[in-house]
Design a protein around this ligand. Structure first.
Ligand SMILES: Cc1ncc(COP(=O)(O)O)c(C=O)c1O
Length: 426
């Protein structure tokens, strides 16, 4: 990667991922924990060569925007005469394991592309967006008209929830617990939201959901792998469910974490869209691609649905560097195969630690996190973990008041988390 000119680095230092606004205040920001101080004083270490460490220091995820906002001219961002900055400081006061981000950072090729193209942020990225759609379409085996883009997948979930609310006449069928993006937007716009309980193994109960689909239903939502449980539904059952349910109303399948699972090919549901079923697939570059702070998500649907959703989600256009980074990430064929085992090792380590401590836990996690019964209210657990310097999710899910979710971290974060779990859960 080309070294950043010092004046650009100085400008972008103002933007640190640690302080970046989190996507969702309920889902991510443990507001209630702000007054809890870690037991040990913040450790400032100067050497961290991991991508995440470097990115934290450089704030590269928002390099273009921050550089411009801080007064660097686009021309300045292209200068390369000045020496590289000193190794950035890394704040290890808190292990961040609550927001399902990637601790491993984006593809170096994505970072390189963002740095190289930072000055282009003066331009809207419509043409680049069309190019990205073509590239995604080629990978997914659909037409470019079947792809729509957004600044992360959250705007897609929100737009879909609003669309299927049908001005208060709609009805969504989903499960509890699952990711709230679609159900919350649907409820906000007046839809009835039916949430069926999980199975005894904490999986989404597709039979129960199918039993609730009626003429009133305007959509179904399945998150696979599911957040917060991390487990997956049987692909044969999901296909059958989606084919049947989509005869009544669109079936939305959120595949935010699918790239992380052990068997991507056996579980991917894009074929349903190719076969003409009324199914919407949603993806994001926030998870395995490590671009949570850069924002790029996409949907795959029928041309008609993609057009309608695209109108709702691309308001003002999609961010230029997100598109640039997404294209570079897709071109980096080594990246996903390299990341997948890292997440697998991380989630298995977390699972084994919690299991050995005797806590009930959702089995077979396939995403970047585990979901388990902490034996105390989730907020209390989060506060105790924060006192040990580990941030876990600071909220609970309806019916799962004592359950918490922890996501994979960097090696030092995993070590600290393991120590903290052994202390807090025993
Ligand atoms: C299942 C699921 N879908 C969608 C999202 C939204 O992510 P983003 O808006 O960063 O694409 C998340 C975020 O954690 C998620 O867990």
């Amino acid at each position: 990667m080309r070294a950043l000119p010092w004046h650009v680095a100085a400008c972008i230092r103002v933007s640190r991922l640690d302080d970046a606004p989190l996507e969702d205040d309920i889902m991510r920001r443990p507001d209630t924990l702000s007054d809890v101080t870690p037991a040990s004083p913040p450790a400032r270490e100067t050497i961290d060569t991991s991508r995440r460490g470097l990115l934290r220091g450089f704030g590269l995820a928002s390099v273009g925007v921050a550089a411009l906002a801080a007064g660097c001219s686009p021309a300045a961002t292209q200068a390369d005469a000045a020496p590289a900055p000193a190794t950035p400081e890394v704040d290890k006061s808190v292990a961040i394991m609550g927001a399902n981000e990637s601790p491993f950072g984006p593809s170096p090729k994505a970072v390189e592309a963002m740095v190289a193209k930072a000055a282009l942020t003066a331009r809207y990225a419509d043409a680049e967006g069309e190019e990205l759609k073509k590239q995604i379409a080629a990978i997914e085996g659909v037409a470019p008209e079947q792809i729509f883009l957004a600044n992360g997948s959250s705007p897609i979930l929100a737009a879909f929830g609003e669309m299927i609310a049908k001005k208060g006449e709609g009805q969504l069928v989903t499960s509890i617990a699952t990711y709230e993006g679609v159900p919350r937007a649907a409820a906000q716009y007046g839809a009835e939201v039916i949430m069926t309980p999980l199975t005894a193994e904490f999986g989404i109960d597709l039979d129960a959901m199918a039993g609730k689909v009626s003429k009133k239903t305007t959509a179904t939502y399945v998150c696979n792998p599911n957040n917060p449980t991390g487990n997956m539904v049987d692909p044969v059952k999901l296909k059958a469910f989606a084919i049947e349910a989509s005869k009544t109303a669109p079936c939305f399948i959120d595949e935010a974490y699918l790239d992380l699972c052990d068997d991507y090919a056996g579980n991917v549901m894009t074929g349903l869209v190719r076969d003409g079923h009324n199914v919407v697939i949603c993806r994001t570059f926030s998870k395995i691609y490590g671009m949570a702070g850069q924002r790029l998500g996409y949907g795959i649907a029928s041309p008609e649905m993609a057009k309608e959703m695209g109108m709702a989600t691309r308001m003002g256009g999609v961010n230029h560097l997100g598109i640039v980074a997404a294209m570079a990430s897709l071109a980096d064929k080594e990246f996903v195969p390299t990341m997948r085992p890292k997440f697998k090792a991380g989630r298995e380590r977390l699972y084994n630690v919690v299991k050995a401590l005797g806590r009930p836990i959702a089995s077979n996690p396939q995403a970047s996190f585990i979901f388990f019964d902490a034996g105390m209210p989730a907020k209390e657990f989060a506060e105790k973990m924060m006192a040990e310097g580990v941030r876990v999710v600071g909220r609970s899910w309806t019916k799962y008041d004592n359950w918490s979710r922890i996501c994979v971290g960097d090696d030092w974060e995993m070590d600290r988390c393991e120590t903290a779990l052994k202390k807090v859960l025993t």
